[in-house]
Design a binder for this molecule. Structure first.
Ligand SMILES: *[C@@H]1O[C@H](CO)[C@@H](O)[C@H](O)[C@H]1NC(C)=O
Ligand SMILES: *[C@@H]1O[C@H](CO)[C@@H](O)[C@H](O)[C@H]1NC(C)=O
Ligand SMILES: *[C@@H]1O[C@H](CO)[C@@H](O)[C@H](O)[C@H]1NC(C)=O
Ligand SMILES: *[C@@H]1O[C@H](CO)[C@@H](O)[C@H](O)[C@H]1NC(C)=O
Ligand SMILES: *[C@@H]1O[C@H](CO)[C@@H](O)[C@H](O)[C@H]1NC(C)=O
Ligand SMILES: *[C@@H]1O[C@H](CO)[C@@H](O)[C@H](O)[C@H]1NC(C)=O
Ligand SMILES: *[C@@H]1O[C@H](CO)[C@@H](O)[C@H](O)[C@H]1NC(C)=O
Ligand SMILES: *[C@@H]1O[C@H](CO)[C@@H](O)[C@H](O)[C@H]1NC(C)=O
Ligand SMILES: *[C@@H]1O[C@H](CO)[C@@H](O)[C@H](O)[C@H]1NC(C)=O
Ligand SMILES: *[C@@H]1O[C@H](CO)[C@@H](O)[C@H](O)[C@H]1NC(C)=O
Length: 509
């Protein structure tokens, strides 16, 4: 599963597989092409918008193009949200040659017209189908028509396919059945020659996180999300993965906790998709939406806005636009965080729930991010000791003291520089007279960032101010970070080794 192997096993592998194009990377690791992203795409999690959560089947050409324009005007495209994804309900059937026919009423100019418009705006076009007889909305599915549908997508300039699991004719129940069914579309897309990100939507059914990374770029790992922070729902019966009835109506904390056991199955080119974001849809408090967004970033989930972007409120634009949190999601490490501990607590909320947890994730530049989640019904003081944060370093191989515990760490709050509602409102007003300044590569803004001008990877190397939040303290060697976390909220902190500027490589510790 690992994209790189040791030099010794590499020699054996090369002999067996006659891999001629493998090479040694700058850092000495062996790179075997095809062992990371299967098609070279989606090296960091995809970002964009999908209409489903907010609009369901009420889709049309103007919804897509108006949303795309808002994504450009609000700076969202330049934060990295570059896929505009048309979900279910666009097809009315097949023609005599077996090709899908877009609804002529809602899409009077066809799909190529939309793709061309999006491309001219610097955006990409995503479409949807199902690996079944029908889609979930009972439109034509692609099972048995994979070749025609892949050709249709390629011919219409589609850059991304979301591929659902409804009406699969019983071709599920074992990983091999699901693998084979999803692999047909993978091969069909490849055969078109057009680079198309392939995103599975099979709800974690048959454990895609254990087999889908050689045929796809992302895979859903749970039943569908709904706009609730933690309300249990019988239609989403599992609380851990693996799960034999994924269901739907899964809350934010339900989905997050299902990521804990499978976190190692996230890698560059294949991301565990925690489903589209609900931020903006009205069912959660601001702190709950901050937690939702923080943890989707922390776990390298795709960040797909699932709301009415045109009508975003200032507060919700500010959440979607936090560059320090997006930089965490887009970190070149392309890994998911680990849950270090999770406790139940007694201060329960209206659903009788109370839980607290600590998560950590190592980043490419040697920084470490921690998240303290308070699911109690009131503000709590929460602690993260270095000993807990660096648990993996303590317990790796033969047990030894973790070098990280001997260091002092500066702590940066990734939400401290959240854009004010005034600044967000000025952006949303789309008034050229009062619009905030354009963001350039050398911008010193602490609230805004432009990945079109400079990638997150380069911005992180260059210490771009917007990507690091605000320094709020430090933790001495063997110390503990203590923070007061409000009800249903998250403290999200980037720890940088003091003195080195945090740029020390993990290997050098
Ligand atoms: C397109 O869809 C949006 C969202 O459902 C709706 O508000 C709008 O009225 C529709 N426009 C047309 C022309 O049907
Ligand atoms: C069916 O649609 C495809 C692709 O849009 C087109 O090339 C083909 O000519 C159509 N066939 C018929 C019989 O209309
Ligand atoms: C098709 O698959 C091959 C082998 O995995 C890969 O090198 C190539 O980039 C793929 N092409 C497309 C268009 O996905
Ligand atoms: C919760 O309440 C029980 C019973 O009163 C008590 O034993 C336990 O220590 C409490 N747990 C916490 C985390 O406060
Ligand atoms: C939770 O907190 C709210 C106020 O924030 C309070 O109204 C409620 O009674 C508390 N307890 C429960 C079980 O909801
Ligand atoms: C957190 O640490 C503070 C100060 O070290 C201590 O007073 C408090 O009891 C700790 N809280 C918990 C829940 O461990
Ligand atoms: C843009 O802002 C200016 C200055 O506040 C104002 O005079 C003008 O009416 C606004 N334009 C629109 C279209 O709202
Ligand atoms: C981002 O930079 C590009 C040029 O690199 C520019 O066209 C665009 O307007 C900038 N976007 C924002 C939101 O400032
Ligand atoms: C920032 O970059 C622009 C061009 O990208 C340049 O014109 C400007 O002088 C630079 N500003 C600073 C302060 O370096
Ligand atoms: C980033 O900042 C640290 C100090 O905070 C410094 O050591 C490092 O050289 C900086 N990197 C760049 C490219 O400026």
């Amino acid at each position: 599963m690992a994209p790189t192997v040791s030099k010794r096993s590499f020699a054996a592998a090369a002999l067996l597989l006659k891999l001629t194009a493998a090479y040694l990377a700058d850092d000495g690791t062996v790179v075997i092409p095809g062992a990371a992203s299967y098609n070279g795409l989606n090296l960091v999690p995809q970002m964009g918008w999908d209409n489903w959560n907010a609009f369901g089947c009420s889709v049309n050409e103007s919804l897509l193009l108006d949303t795309a324009q808002a994504m450009v005007d609000y700076g969202l495209r330049d934060l990295g949200y570059n896929y505009v994804i048309l979900d279910d309900c666009w097809s009315i059937g097949r023609n005599a040659s077996g090709y899908q026919v877009p609804d002529p009423v809602t899409f009077p100019n066809g799909m190529k017209y939309i793709a061309d418009h999006l491309h001219s705006m610097g955006l990409k076009f995503g479409m949807y189908s199902s690996a079944g007889l029908f889609t979930c909305g009972k439109r034509p599915g692609s099972l048995g028509y994979e070749t025609q549908d892949a050709e249709f997508f390629a011919a219409n300039g589609v850059d991304y396919l979301k591929y659902d699991n409804c009406f699969n004719q019983g071709q599920s129940g074992t990983p091999k059945l699901s693998f084979d069914r999803y692999n047909v579309m993978s091969q069909a897309l490849n055969a078109t020659g057009r680079p198309i990100v392939y995103s599975l939507c099979n709800w974690g059914d048959d454990n895609p996180y254990d087999w889908a990374y050689t045929i796809s770029n992302a895979g859903r790992m749970s039943g569908d999300i709904y706009d609730s922070f933690n309300r249990p729902d019988d239609r989403c019966p599992c609380t851990v993965n693996p799960c034999n009835w994924p269901g739907f109506h899964c809350s934010v904390l339900n989905i997050l906790n299902k990521m804990a056991p499978i976190q190692s199955r996230t890698m560059s080119g294949y991301f565990n998709d925690m489903d589209m974001l609900e931020v903006g849809n009205g069912g959660q408090t601001d702190n709950e939406y901050v937690t939702h967004f923080s943890m989707w970033a922390m776990m390298s989930s795709p960040l797909l806005m699932g709301t009415d972007v045109v009508g975003l409120s200032p507060a919700n634009l500010a959440i979607y636009s936090n560059p320090a949190v997006i930089a965490l999601n887009q970190d070149p490490s392309a890994a998911a965080g680990s849950r270090i501990w999770r406790h139940e607590c007694n201060d329960t909320d209206q659903y009788g729930q109370c839980e607290q947890s600590l998560w950590m994730r190592g980043l490419k530049n040697g920084d470490t991010v921690i998240a303290l989640i308070n699911g109690a019904n009131s503000t709590q003081t929460m602690n993260a000791s270095l000993s807990d944060i660096f648990l993996d370093a303590r317990t790796a191989g033969t047990s030894k003291p973790a070098a990280q515990l001997e260091e002092m760490w500066d702590v940066y709050d990734l939400w401290a520089n959240r854009m004010s509602n005034e600044e967000a409102a000025a952006i949303l007003a789309r008034n050229s007279t009062t619009a905030p300044a354009v963001i350039t590569a050398n911008s010193t803004s602490t609230t805004r960032y432009n990945t079109t001008a400079m990638s997150y990877a380069d911005g992180l190397k260059a210490n771009a101010t917007a990507l690091f939040g605000k320094k709020v303290g430090s933790v001495p060697a063997h110390g503990t970070w203590t923070a007061s976390i409000p009800r249903h909220s998250t403290g999200l902190y980037r720890l940088r080794m003091a003195g080195s500027g945090g740029m020390g490589k993990r290997d050098e510790l």
